[in-house]
Design a protein around this ligand. Sequence first.
Ligand code: SF4
Length: 373
Amino acid sequence: MIENPIKRRPTRKIRVGSVYVGGDAPISIQSMTNTETCDVEATVAQIQRCVDVGADIMRVSVPSMEAAEAFGEIRKRVQVPLVADIHFDYKIALRVADLGADCLRINPGNIGSEAKIREVVAAAKHNDISMRIGVNAGSLEKDIQKKYGEPTGQALLESAMRHIDILDRLNFHEFKVSVKASNVFLTMDAYRLLSQQIDNPLHLGVTEAGVYRTGSVKSAIALGGLLMEGIGDTMRISLAAEPEEEVKIGFDILKSLGLRSNGINFIACPSCSRQEFNVIKVMQTLEERLEDVRVPMDVSVIGCKVNGPGEAKEADIGVVGASPRSLVYRNGEKSHLIDTNQLVDEIEAMVRQRVSDIEDAKAKEIIRTSFSE
Ligand code: SF4
């Protein structure tokens, strides 16, 4: 087994509700609702769909006082930590802080007078909640735009440091920072520069990355590159797609880098004329059927014996396609033969059995340790 070479950059640990961000905490995945926040039912349902696929933190836009009240209702109805996304109006920040927000996404430099900033920081301290400074290449301060001529990594850094300095001056350190751009190189440059300046956790993202397929690729390149350098403590994939799709892509990136597991890591053949069954169809069905599985495991489904045994030996469950029966490996050892026409049902049953075995073992361990105390 190749050792994972990624060494995470040491950062201070902050808290977003029940989720820690930074330090040795797992890299968390977040998304943002796109429903009208005042439509509490729709927003709660969307948050739940994201939680069902593993979202650790959800962000909700709070553009008005009416939305702030709705945010309070949403807060009561979901368990997942909520970030309130606020621009400019400090009174909204004060209200959602009282209504149970776990984090305020607001830039102190945009709030206005020093007195207003102090009030927001005092509310965050009083309610024990964190903040996120979010700098975007598309909305840099006018003087910074003028100074640099165009968004650059240094320009994003300068903007972020202005907001950071304000919070530092007020002795508030429970915040994370993002410096997002829609360009891969600019995003990476800005985060690299920022990571050399502060030890606060970094929230990664390529903003306005685009539609599902191209946005996912762009995000995977930029965020994957940063994560491989050890940069990044939490992330959002910004796609013109439903938020639950953002969560799934986020986990796929972390899974690919061995940074976090969330369900099944499938290993499967590409299109190939040697395959003994329709790999694409089988994999599409399996992925849909097993979307609810959260227990990490490697499942290889390989179309023929060329690479089948090699992959199967490295997986928790492996299938080597053959006709009329395919060979199953469990924990790297040959196990039994299954009907190739029943592959989906057979693999699903094996995965669910493994999940059940792991959960039983965990329950037994809890009982054993409880009674030995
Ligand atoms: S393992 Fe077999 S089916 Fe799969 S890609 Fe290789 S040759 Fe094709």
